[in-house]
Ligand binder design. Structure first.
Ligand code: ATP
Ligand code: MG
Length: 377
C-alpha cells in the first residue's frame, strides 16, 4: 500500500491525477490485504515511463506499465475505455480518456469500480460502498449490455461471489440467466483462469451453485462435469484440487476435460493426486513416493483422515539420495560388475528401509545384503 501511495504521489507531483483502483480499493474497504495494487492515471504511458526509473511494458498496448519500486510491482494504467471485444479475449482497441469517471464506467462490478486518492478519499460513482455493505455483486450500468461487451464478466460475477462470499444482485443474475449462452464465445483460457480461481478460493460451493443454476455451466466445455454436490468441497488453496474433485467424483480421466488446456505441471499433479486417491490402501511407500501436495489433494478426495506432513516426516528417509549405501558398495560387497542387477538391489534396499524393516546404516545394510544376495545367488 505504501508503495502504491508513493507511485500516486510521484504522478501527482508531476501534475497528473492518480488513484488506486479496482480490487485493491475493494479489499482495503473490506479490511483485507489486497494481493496487488492497480493505479489509474491521466498520464500517458510514455509519461509514466519517464517518471519512474524501473518500468516494464507489461500491457503497453492497453495503457498498462508495471512500475517497480521498493521491491514491489505496481500496475499503472492510463484512464481508458475499452473498444469491442470481438474475439472475446481482449478489447480490439482501447481509447485513452481524460476522466476518471469514464475509466470507472468500463469496470465490471460496482465493488470493483471505486477509486481512492492518496489521502484515502474514496470516489464511488456507482454505489460500490453500499453494495459492499450489502455484500452484493452488481454490474456497473446495464448488465445485459455489459455482458454482451465481454461475456467473461458473467463468470467473473460467479467467481467473486465465492471469493468474497457475496450474493449476485438479482438483476445481474437474471441477466446472466438470459445470456448464459454468450459464454460460448469466450476464449477457453480466460474461462479456465476464472474456474481455477473458483477452485482455489474459500467458498467454492457458492460459486459452483451459481455456475450451475445460472445456466453458465451447461454452456461451458465439459459442462456436465460441474454438476456435483460441492457443499463439502474445501479448497487447500490449490486450484488443481477442483479439477481432481470433479474427475474423482465422476470417475473420469484428465482426457475427459481435454477442452481445457493444462500445463504439464498441472497434468502431472492431477494424475498423481488421482492415482494416490484411488489406491486401496496407504502405507509408508505411499507417503514416500507421492509429494505432500499430491497427497493433500488425494487425502481430501478419498476422505482419509491422516496427517500427511507428520506421516512424511516419520519416514526413515525422504529420498533415494539419503540411502547410506551406493551402487559401488554393492559391487564391492558382491564382487560383481556393473549391470541391471544393481538397480534392482538398490530398489529392494530402499523399500526395506522405507518400510522400516532395515535400518539406514551401512553396516546393517551390508549384513542384510550379504545374506540376501547369497541366498538368491
Ligand atoms: P483479484 O483480487 O481477484 O485480483 P481484482 O478486482 O483485482 O480481483 P482483476 O481481474 O485483477 O480483479 O481485475 C482488476 C480490475 O480490472 C477489476 O477490479 C475491474 O475493475 C477491472 N476488470 C478486470 N477484468 C474486467 C473485465 N473483464 N471487464 C471489466 N472490468 C474488468
Ligand atoms: Mg487483481
Amino acid at each position: 500500500m505504501k508503495t502504491a501511495i508513493n507511485v500516486i504521489r510521484t504522478l501527482e507531483d508531476a501534475g497528473y491525477e492518480a488513484y488506486m483502483v479496482g480490487g485493491a480499493v475493494r479489499d482495503f474497504l473490506l479490511g483485507k490485504k489486497p494481493d496487488d495494487f492497480d493505479v489509474a492515471t491521466n498520464a500517458a504511458p510514455e509519461k509514466v515511463k519517464e517518471l519512474f526509473n524501473r518500468t516494464v511494458d507489461t500491457g503497453i498496448a492497453h495503457g498498462t506499465v508495471l512500475v517497480l519500486l521498493d521491491g514491489e510491482g505496481i500496475e499503472v494504467t492510463t484512464f481508458r475505455t475499452d473498444g469491442l471485444y470481438t474475439d472475446m479475449r481482449r478489447p480490439d482497441s482501447v481509447e485513452f480518456v481524460q476522466s476518471l469517471e469514464e475509466d470507472l464506467k468500463r469496470r465490471d462490478f460496482t465493488i470493483n469500480a471505486m477509486a481512492m486518492s492518496e489521502d484515502l478519499h474514496v470516489i464511488d460513482l456507482f454505489g460500490g460502498k453500499n453494495d459492499l455493505k450489502k455484500r452484493l455483486i452488481r454490474a456497473v450500468g446495464n448488465s445485459d449490455k455489459r455482458f454482451q461487451e465481454d461475456a467473461l464478466r458473467m463468470l467473473r460475477a460467479v467467481r467473486f461471489s465465492g471469493q468474497l462470499d457475496f450474493e449476485i444482485d438479482s438483476e445481474t443474475l437474471a441477466s446472466i440467466r438470459r445470456q448464459a449462452h454468450l459464454i460460448r464465445s469466450v476464449a477457453v483460457e480466460r474461462i479456465k483462469t476464472e474456474l481455477d480461481k473458483i477452485f482455489a478460493h474459500k467458498h467454492t460451493a457458492r460459486s459452483m451453485a451459481y455456475l450451475v443454476h445460472s445456466g453458465l455451466s451447461s454452456n461451458l466445455p465439459a459442462g456436465t462435469l460441474f454438476e456435483l454436490d460441492w457443499s463439502n468441497y474445501k479448497s487447500c488453496g490449490d486450484h488443481s484440487m477442483g479439477w481432481c474433485y470433479m474427475l474423482y467424483r465422476q470417475e473420469k480421466k484428465i482426457e475427459d476435460i481435454g477442452d481445457y488446456k493444462f500445463s504439464n505441471d498441472e497434468k502431472r499433479l492431477m494424475a498423481k493426486a488421482l492415482e494416490a486417491a484411488r489406491l486401496e490402501e496407504w502405507n509408508a511407500w505411499t507417503f514416500y513416493v507421492f509429494t505432500a501436495r499430491e497427497l493433500a489433494i488425494a487425502r481430501f478426495l478419498s476422505g482419509r483422515d491422516v496427517d500427511v506432513q507428520l506421516a512424511k516426516k516419520s519416514l526413515p528417509i525422504q529420498s533415494k539420495k539419503e540411502l547410506a549405501v551406493t551402487g559401488n558398495d554393492l559391487m564391492h560387497w558382491s564382487g560383481n560388475k556393473q549391470g541391471p542387477w544393481l538397480k534392482k538391489w538398490l530398489a529392494d534396499i530402499e523399500q526395506e528401509i522405507v518400510f522400516a524393516r532395515l535400518e539406514n546404516n551401512k553396516e546393517q545394510i551390508k549384513g542384510w545384503f550379504s545374506h540376501e544376495y547369497h541366498r538368491h545367488a
